[in-house]
Ligand binder design. Structure first.
Ligand code: GUN
Ligand code: ZN
Length: 441
């Protein structure tokens, strides 16, 4: 499919900065109640503005699509999830370590089949698009085939996607284990084939320090330095039993983050999922080394892991974005994820404003992934990944929206009541990849 120049007319909202970093929240976003977004034939943003200013400047006959009762925003960016866990979302009853053993490892063992992995990758990517998520940083399984499958399917959809084969060589069944050598060799092959192809990037992916030997963590650190632009993704400080086991396994390290740091895995392109139970030094180190945390509220509540302290992270200037963490997370929807995020901040005696929420789900994700030169908002020249949010998606939504008085309220209602039903259309680099009303499933 080829992108052609096109204009889209609806409400338009995008973030220009972190609303907690500007003198007033209003400086952090732009909102046009009746706006036009012009996309060029390269699938990039040409310009945007109020319809009454843009309309007279468009050549006669320029194609315009108008969406009534809708807001256009940048596509959502999900900075942490697991594609092989799509089929085991909503598995009953366990906390992290038992959940991994009971459900996760058996499920992930199926992904040594390229054919199987490719089928699930298709389901997963279509589900992301149905939910308005246009970019994801995802875990595959330990099998090279799984990462291969996800790259292939994402490439076909021209999506910006980051993944890597999981590195895990201990404390797991043999069907989901590799070795330090095989893990590196297979990662290198995948990097050479996929890293930088289209909109794809590779992430060195040690699952967490429990399932990698010191030898494997060391090899991961070396691998990270071998190629330009690689990411690193792992899990950090999610669950108390996990943390206790880490201190048994690495008694010489002063805390959990120090394990990763020791092996050269903490840097500006590192994304740590969770980070719920961190000490002061860990938080300071994350900030100093410009590493990011992916906040995964639906997962943290589902596994009973704890309440993330967003305010504390922001005070220390740690980069934070949002993750669904499917399949411990319970929804692909970033709107549902924001609903739970709001409640977590409420429990912490703080509260997330809807501007901060939309920032977390869009521009903050792009900043976390160092992709904010091309994603995250509608500045001219950025890649046109955007979504059309239907404000009348259900009778209750319509009724409630008619009682909203400003964009703050409208966005807040979307964050609390919203889900996949609000995603009327999803565009990837200017091309429509999901139309709710035409979907067959
Ligand atoms: N820690 C290590 N592996 C996982 C995983 O698959 N999901 C979550 N939520 N935490 C993990
Ligand atoms: Zn995870």
């Amino acid at each position: 499919k080829q992108s052609v120049s096109h204009a889209y007319r609806a409400g338009i909202f995008h973030c220009l900065a972190d609303p907690t970093s500007t003198a007033t929240p209003e400086e952090a976003y732009e909102y046009y109640a009746d706006g036009i977004l012009v996309i060029n034939d390269e699938g990039k943003v040409e310009r945007l503005g109020p319809a009454d200013q843009i309309l007279p400047t468009l050549p006669s006959g320029f194609p315009i699509t108008t969406y009534p009762n809708a807001i256009i925003t940048p596509g959502f960016i999900d900075t942490h999830n697991h594609f092989p866990q799509t089929e085991m979302i909503a598995a009953f009853g366990e906390q992290l370590l038992d959940w991994l053993e009971t459900y996760t490892f058996p499920t992930e063992s199926k992904f040594q089949s390229l054919e199987y992995a490719q089928q699930v990758a298709g389901v997963y990517l279509d589900e992301l698009l149905r939910n308005g998520t246009t970019t994801a940083m995802a875990f595959s399984s330990v099998h090279a085939e799984s990462a291969e499958a996800l790259f292939k399917e994402a490439y076909q959809r021209d999506m910006c996607l980051i993944t890597g084969k999981v590195l895990m060589d201990r404390h797991a069944p043999e069907t989901v284990r590799d070795t330090p050598e095989a893990g590196c060799t297979q990662s290198r092959t995948l990097i050479e084939q996929w890293h930088g192809k289209g909109r794809l990037h590779y992430a060195v992916t040690p699952r967490f320090a429990i399932t990698s030997t010191p030898e494997q963590l060391e090899a991961a650190g070396h691998l990270l330095k071998e190629y330009d632009g690689l990411y690193m993704q792992t899990h950090l400080s999610e669950n108390h039993k996990e943390i206790a086991w880490i201190s048994e396994l690495f008694p010489e390290r002063c805390h959990y983050l120090d394990v990763y740091d020791h092996y050269g895995l903490v840097g500006p392109r590192s994304v740590f999922a969770h980070g719920i139970h961190l000490c002061e030094d860990e938080i300071q180190r994350l900030a100093r080394q410009d590493a990011a945390i992916s906040f995964c509220p639906t997962s943290n509540l589902f596994l009973g892991s704890g309440l993330f302290n967003l305010k504390q992270m922001k005070q220390h200037k740690v980069k934070v974005s949002l993750g669904s963490d499917v399949g411990a997370g319970t929804s692909f929807s970033m709107l549902q994820t924001l609903n739970e995020a709001y409640k977590v901040t409420q429990m912490r005696g703080d509260k997330l404003s809807p501007f901060e929420s939309f920032y977390l789900a869009t521009l903050a994700g792009a900043e976390t992934l160092q992709l904010d030169d091309r994603l995250g908002n509608f500045l001219p020249g950025k890649e046109a990944d955007f979504i059309v949010l239907d404000l009348h998606s259900t009778p209750l939504m319509q009724y409630r929206m008619n009682n909203c008085n400003n964009v703050f309220e409208t966005l807040f209602v979307l964050c609390i009541l919203g889900d996949d039903r609000n995603i009327k259309e999803t565009f990837v680099k200017g091309i429509s990849r999901h139309q709710r009303d035409q979907a067959t499933h």
